[in-house]
Write a protein that binds this ligand. Structure first.
Ligand code: ATP
Ligand code: MG
Ligand code: ZN
Length: 277
């Protein structure tokens, strides 16, 4: 006890004269404290179906009865709300201190820049650091509450924003999405390297638009040539591979906001790997 404090105590005439030492306030709970597991969905380049896979995994998770969320970190090309038919803008509390996630018809929570903009077709021309900060804010300022599984639709590539995601969010594992037109082995290797650097496992690879199931002859046509994804996965010790066919009806469902009606059974194995991560 300091000399000064003791003197004050000795001179005290009532309790209100006593000045107990100031204790640090208990740490305020974070909005994301209830999020149990975060899975990042990444790809080497755009347009390979990363958002589709993010959506499908979330649908799978929800169908399995888990409390599920999507953080749309693809800030300059946010597409998640639209594929779920979510049109309402996100709400905030009166003080403006928290943002409430939007909720889809089956109960998937989501946050996307689209939900904060007046006009979802307005282009976002932010630069890297601002984008990275927006992702951080989605994580910290959205009232996520209880979430068993959160899927993060990352921007394509292995640049600053994906890196920020790994540094800010407690990512438990990543899922890599490729297409047969990609320089698949290079992209997957890059993702594996990044994952190693960040000390998170690559839980699976999804080869999207892998083949086309022919309505005429019933055969699988490998339009982009033979798939090498199994060998690549084996070389890199990635245990789970999923192949998604090109399905025009899937594109139609995404376009019309019916992601929750898509058959997601092709991702069963990857989902099991995610649950175990
Ligand atoms: N297997 C598939 N069959 C049919 N259409 C598909 C398939 N995968 C994706 N598509 C369609 O291709 C387009 C691109 O897919 P998606 O938006 O998921 O890719 P992305 O990697 O997230 O692209 P971006 O880099 O623009 O965010 C979408 O219109 C989607 O509906
Ligand atoms: Mg996308
Ligand atoms: Zn055929």
């Amino acid at each position: 006890m300091s000399e000064e404090y003791r003197n004050e105590t000795n001179n005290a005439k009532s309790i209100s004269d006593l000045k107990p030492p100031v204790k640090e306030e208990p740490k305020k709970a974070n909005n994301y404290d209830g999020v149990k597991k975060v899975i990042a969905v990444v790809s080497g380049k755009g347009g390979v179906g990363k958002s589709l896979v993010t959506s499908m995994l979330s649908v799978k998770s929800r169908q399995a009865g888990l409390s599920t969320a999507i953080l749309d970190a693809d800030i300059t090309g946010p597409s998640i709300p639209r594929s779920f038919g979510v049109k309402d803008r996100a709400m905030t509390d009166e003080a403006g201190t928290v943002i409430y996630p939007a909720i889809t018809s089956t109960g998937i929570k989501m946050m996307s820049l689209n939900l904060l903009m007046d006009n979802e077709t307005d282009p976002v021309i932010w630069r890297g650091p601002v984008i990275a900060n927006a992702v951080k804010q989605f994580w910290e300022e959205v009232l996520w509450e209880d979430v068993d599984l959160m899927f993060v639709d990352c921007p394509p590539g292995t640049g600053d924003v994906p890196l920020t995601i790994f540094q800010t969010l407690p990512v438990a594992g990543i899922v890599v999405v490729t297409s047969p037109q990609d320089l698949v082995s290079m992209i997957v290797e890059k993702a594996v390297k990044m994952a190693k650097m960040m000390k998170v496992p690559v839980l699976g690879i999804v080869e999207n638009m892998s083949y086309f199931e022919c309505p005429d002859c019933g055969k699988k046509h490998y339009i982009y040539g033979e798939s090498h994804i199994d060998e690549i996965a084996k070389d890199l010790d990635i245990k789970t591979v999923a192949k998604l066919p090109i399905k025009p009806e899937v594109a139609a469902m995404v376009d019309s906001g019916r992601a929750e009606d898509i058959d997601v059974s092709a991702l069963n194995d990857i989902f099991e790997a995610i649950k175990e991560a």
